[in-house]
Each structure stands twice: as structure tokens, then as C-alpha cells.
Write a protein that binds this ligand. Structure first.
Ligand code: F6R
Length: 241
């Protein structure tokens, strides 16, 4: 795994943006895997700036998001559909038919998992997958204990994940208990993976991710086996290495 050490959140976002813009400009039909949460917000802001300056176009880009809460409609302000529209999609020239976010408000979640998986496989492979890191080592919403061979599936969110994400909701009670997530195997099939890590809140997790044993107890550890992983981490996140 390659590690890019940066000073702070802003530099992390800047580096990630410049790598991604370069990739998009050098691919005919880029397929990106996208994350939500606090970590990639700065990256999305910078991608919008680059688009506004005419330095990149997303019209031939396809995207697959990692996850979505079960029970929230697309228009719910805490849904990841809403997040992506708000933080990126509505500001750029992406074709919304080429955007994929798992649907968390359908009756048949199993069928949604199958359909989502099919859509990913139809696009061959994700060219560049952006990941954030959960404090418990989750990637996507693949919580500790998830099989490394998992495909798109429904998960029970760990209590620590619900607590960590409660900051986006009115109260902990409002945080959904279940989600749908891309599986670890599909993430590992991405041609290239960029992991963004910022802040001392992530320092323990980053240390275990980089130096710990590879174990399903700590999902991110499997990334040690991937040939093209770049970690972009700031000083605070790297403070326990
Ligand atoms: C979100 C996702 C999660 C987050 C992780 C870190 O789509 O896949 O794995 O990346 O929970 O969240 P933040 O960035 O809010 O610390």
C-alpha cells in the first residue's frame, strides 16, 4: 500500500482531487466507486471547483456508491442519495442515468442487492474506488465480522457506527439500524483504491489497518492484499503509526 502523508484535511482533499481528475481525464468511460460521510466532502467540493474551471467533465463517468441506509427515501436529507446529489451530482455534468446508489426504501431489499450487484458486474470493474475508514475498521458498511467474500448485502449497523453517525441526525434513535452495502469482494475487485483518512479520531483505526493482522474482525485490513491501494492520510490520522 502506498501512503501519501499530508498536513491536514484540506491537503488530503486536494491530493485526492488531483489524482481523480487526472484519472478521469485519461479514461474514456471511467467507473468510480464513491463514499459518503464527512471524509470525502472536501474532495467533492474540489471536484466541483475543477469542473467549474473546465478542468474536468463527468459526462462519460459512471458511479457506484458504496452504501445506503435502509428505510430512508431518496429525498430524506440523511439518505446517501440526497448526500450525493447535494454534495456532488447536482453541481456537475454527470448523466444521472449513469449514477448508482443502492436503494434503501424498496420493499424487496434482497432483490435490490441482486440488481445492484448485477449493475456493478455489467460495468466490468470499478476503476477507482474511494473509501473512508470507519473507526471500527468498516469499509462501506461492511462491519467487523463481515465475510471477505461478501457481495452486495444487507447489514445490521454496529452500535459504534450508529453512534459515530448520530451527529448527522437529530438523535441516536433516528439513525437507521440497517443498511445495504457493496460487499468486500466487489471492493477488492476495484482496479485501484484510494483510502482517505483524516483526524485523530481515526488514528487507532489507521494504525490497525496499516499494521494489524488481516482479519474479518477488522474489514479494512483486507486492503493490505490489494495491489493498488493509496492511502491519503493527514498528520493527525497518522499520529499512532
Ligand atoms: C460511507 C461509508 C463509510 C464511511 C465511514 C467513515 O459511504 O462507506 O464506510 O466512509 O463510516 O465515515 P466518516 O467519513 O463520516 O468518518
Amino acid at each position: 500500500m502506498k501512503v501519501l502523508k499530508v498536513k491536514n484535511y484540506d491537503e488530503m482533499s486536494e491530493q485526492a482531487c488531483s489524482i481523480l481528475v487526472d484519472k478521469i481525464n485519461n479514461m474514456k468511460h471511467p467507473v468510480l466507486g464513491l463514499a459518503t460521510g464527512s471524509t470525502p466532502e472536501g474532495l467533492y467540493k474540489k471536484l466541483i471547483e475543477q469542473y467549474n474551471h473546465g478542468h474536468v467533465s463527468f459526462k462519460d463517468t459512471t458511479t457506484f456508491n458504496l452504501d445506503e441506509y435502509i428505510g430512508l427515501s431518496k429525498n430524506h436529507p440523511n439518505s446517501y442519495h440526497y448526500y450525493m446529489k447535494n454534495h456532488l451530482f447536482q453541481h456537475i455534468d454527470i448523466n444521472m442515468d449513469q449514477v448508482h446508489v443502492p436503494k434503501g426504501d424498496v420493499i424487496d431489499i434482497q432483490n435490490e442487492c441482486v440488481e445492484y450487484e448485477k449493475a456493478i458486474l455489467d460495468h466490468d470493474k470499478i476503476d477507482v474506488q474511494i473509501l473512508g475508514l470507519g473507526t471500527n475498521g468498516h469499509i462501506g458498511f461492511n462491519e467487523p465480522g463481515t465475510s471477505f467474500t461478501s457481495r452486495t448485502h444487507m447489514v445490521d449497523l454496529a452500535e459504534s457506527t450508529r453512534q459515530a453517525n448520530a451527529r448527522f441526525f437529530e438523535s441516536l434513535n433516528d439513525v437507521p439500524t440497517k443498511a445495504i452495502t457493496m460487499g468486500i469482494e466487489a471492493i477488492m475487485e476495484s482496479k485501484e483504491i484510494i483510502v482517505l483518512v483524516s483526524g485523530d479520531r481515526k488514528a487507532d483505526a489507521l494504525a490497525r489497518f496499516m499494521n494489524g493482522d488481516i482479519s474479518e474482525d477488522f474489514p479494512a485490513s483486507i486492503l493490505q492484499n490489494h495491489k493498488q491501494v493509496t492511502i491519503i492520510a493527514d498528520e493527525a490520522a497518522l499520529s499512532k503509526i
